[in-house]
Ligand binder design. Structure first.
Ligand code: CA
Length: 660
């Protein structure tokens, strides 16, 4: 809602001997963040500071369209300002109800445009695009609103390049996740946002050659932190990532031409006029605004109405421990009973169910699950012509005709949701597929989880049946290799600062098995503690979670750990960052109703002693603590006395805690 709208002439033009520069600014409501836009010799740029400290240095803005280079010979039109405010509720994200307050600035950008009129070539000065800024107390967002350069001709265009740059303040370090090289990885399923991070790395690198996925975290020396991402992407644009130009200069990049087995163009086709997705920068002196940001949802709107009320759920999942052979009728029945014993609402049945169980017996299974109060999520391959992932069911989700027939059947037999895997990358045609699947699924009342996929970009608010996406090096890698087990705590201590800040993350972890195998005696060794498993169930945010627990945990895991996992919550009203450093440790609090839960994990080599200030969380002088017994390494549950609102907790390396 635009509360008030006024426009004023704010362009200050001044001249000197060699050039004229136009400058305009917009500040956050509290005045701390200042965005400065300038036009200098026909080039457009912006910069961002916080409390007088530079976070983004002078960085280019502009577009190259197929009909004109809209990055050169530009001038500023009359700038307008608005106070922006919105209040919205999305029950599936980190904060249920959000009040968004920001200052908006619209900068019309003019250039010369040649067109034919009455048989003659005419050059006119026109508004090529507006840059719309929205600046809250912790986030800067901007997008291009591309105008029709003439009113009787161009209706369709291609965006050939975005010149949008992010020149990061000198001396910053990076926490970035490389974009995967297309058609590599399992059966050519890359890119799927499943690489790792190098913490505190130097600037000037370009990942594996193709840049980095959003969101991108930088530490601004000892002055603060900034997180760069994008939101609002749907089938009318491509998913972008970030490439390094040189040194501290980064820019928005379109997908690699080789993605999607070379099908489709990297450059998006648009109808005119149109708005691009929002580019977002979250910044502050600490990591607090980054962990707590809601910028991914603040500026998007629901695309359609929910066809029914979609509810959060917890569930189990045999595949993560038992792999493909476990996707058989008897084992799934055992897991339905296990979900019921845990009080969980769902069970996820993974790949190959169509051949190892069959459709008729699946109908029986879904009915059996229903009798136990358990809803079923079913796995599908998104393929398709975009990669070689062979797992079935295939060719059921790639085209609307077959997809809607399949979803009609799923709805008839009472399936609750789908996990759809192995997507083809970030080109516009892939983004269109995500949107089409979500829209069709809503018609049939199905919740959707994406795997082997792109980053969700505001989708929880845009599509009410969108639950979560993988887009992370997730729990399957703990089963696949010991190395990922060895660095599990390190990775887990990065996600709350990067990947999970902008979207629900389907990690599928919190195992209490000691080994990543069904016999719980062989296979990869878990290096993390049981208290860590409990903590990550709260630390990793997704309203629907299928935990890597197994029926044997009812007898071989600590009873008090299982008791906690039975009542673990996955929907939250609020999150508060308490302490931490990416890759080292993290402590945060989540609120459900009037009840706070504080969790922490430790990835540092030494046992970590922390003193947590609980004032503001209304705990009283005694709390329940699930933690590591640092002497024995065993799981412990204690009553902890809180003196002067300070709780003292110790975490092993790979350990953690839950306070409630
Ligand atoms: Ca995956």
């Amino acid at each position: 809602m635009i509360r008030s709208f006024f426009s004023l002439l704010s362009v200050v033009a001044f001249s000197c001997a060699t050039f004229a520069e136009s400058v305009t600014t917009v500040k956050s409501p509290n005045g701390n963040i200042v965005v400065t836009v300038s036009e200098d010799n026909g080039q457009l740029s912006y910069s961002v500071s916080n409390n007088g400290v530079s976070f983004i240095e002078k960085s280019a803005l502009g577009l190259v369209m197929d009909y004109a280079d809209c990055s050169q010979n530009l001038s500023l039109g009359e700038v307008s300002y608005a106070n922006l405010s919105d209040s919205y509720t999305v029950p599936t994200i980190k904060q249920r109800t959000v009040t968004y307050e920001a200052n908006g600035m619209t900068v019309p950008v003019k250039g010369k445009f040649k067109s034919r009129e009455r048989g003659q070539e005419v050059e006119r000065d026109v508004v090529l695009f507006n840059v719309e800024f929205s600046v809250s107390n912790s986030d800067v967002a901007f997008r291009y609103n591309i105008q029709r350069p003439n009113h009787d001709q161009l209706l369709a265009a291609r965006v050939m390049e975005e010149k949008t740059e992010f020149v990061i303040a000198q001396g910053s370090t990076t926490f970035l996740c490389p974009q995967m090289i297309p058609m590599t990885g399992f059966a050519g399923t890359a890119p799927s946002y499943e690489t790792g991070y190098t913490p505190d790395d130097e600037m000037g690198k370009n990942g594996w050659g193709d840049g980095y996925v959003f969101p991108c975290l930088f530490r601004n020396a000892d002055k603060g932190w900034l997180l760069i991402s994008e939101t609002g992407t749907n089938g009318s644009y491509c998913g972008c990532h970030m490439k390094n130009i040189n040194a501290n200069k980064y820019a928005v990049a379109f997908p690699n031409d080789k993605e999607c087995n070379g099908n489709g163009k990297p450059e998006p086709g648009v109808t005119l006029p149109c708005a691009t997705p929002w580019r977002t920068i979250t910044l502050g002196a600490t990591l607090k605004p980054i962990v707590e940001t809601t910028v991914a949802w603040d500026l998007v709107k629901p695309v359609y109405k929910a066809s029914q009320e979609y509810k959060a759920s917890r569930g189990s999942w045999s595949w993560i421990i038992g792999m493909d052979p476990s996707c058989n009728y008897d084992e799934q029945k055992r897991y339905i009973d296990f979900s019921a014993a845990m009080g969980y609402e769902t069970l996820l049945i993974d790949a190959l169910w169509d051949v190892q169980i069959g459709r008729d017996r699946m109908k029986e299974l879904v009915a059996y699950a229903k009798s136990k109060g358990v809803g079923i999520f079913l796995w599908y391959n998104s393929n398709g012509y975009w990669n070689h992932a062979p797992q079935s069911p295939r060719l059921c989700m790639d085209r609307s005709l077959v997809r809607r027939q399949e979803m009609k059947w799923l709805n008839e037999i009472g399936v609750r949701g789908l996990k759809i895997d192995f997507f083809g990358g970030d080109k516009q045609l892939s983004m269109q597929l995500y949107e089409d699947i979500l829209a069709d699924a809503n018609d049939f009342g199905l919740e959707i989880i994406f795997h082997g996929c792109t980053l969700p970009r505001g989708w929880e608010r845009m599509y009410p049946n969108f639950v979560a996406a993988e887009a992370v090096r997730a729990s399957e890698n703990l089963h696949f290799g010991q190395y990922d087990c060895d660095i599990e705590a390190f990775c887990a201590a990065i996600h709350p600062f990067v990947r999970n800040t902008v979207g629900s993350m389907d990690f599928g972890g919190s195992t209490l098995n000691k080994y990543w195998n069904a016999d719980n005696k062989t296979g990869n060794i878990r290096r993390t503690t049981d208290a860590f498993a409990l903590a990550t169930a709260v630390l990793f945010q997704s309203s629907v979670q299928h935990f890597a627990l197994a029926p044997n945990n009812l007898t071989d895991a600590p009873a008090e750990a299982m008791e906690y996992m039975k009542r673990v919550n996955t929907v939250w009203d609020e999150v508060r960052f308490i302490d931490g450093y990416p890759g080292k440790y993290v402590i945060l609090a989540r609120r459900a109703g009037d009840k706070w839960t504080v969790v922490g994990i430790n990835a540092e080599k030494e046992t970590k002693k922390v003193s947590i200030d609980l004032s503001g969380f209304d705990f009283g002088d005694k709390v329940s603590l699930y933690c590591d017994d640092v002497k024995t390494g065993a799981f412990a549950k204690k009553e902890l006395k809180v003196k002067k609102n300070i709780a003292k907790v110790e975490m092993l390396c790979g350990g953690g805690f839950v306070i409630e």
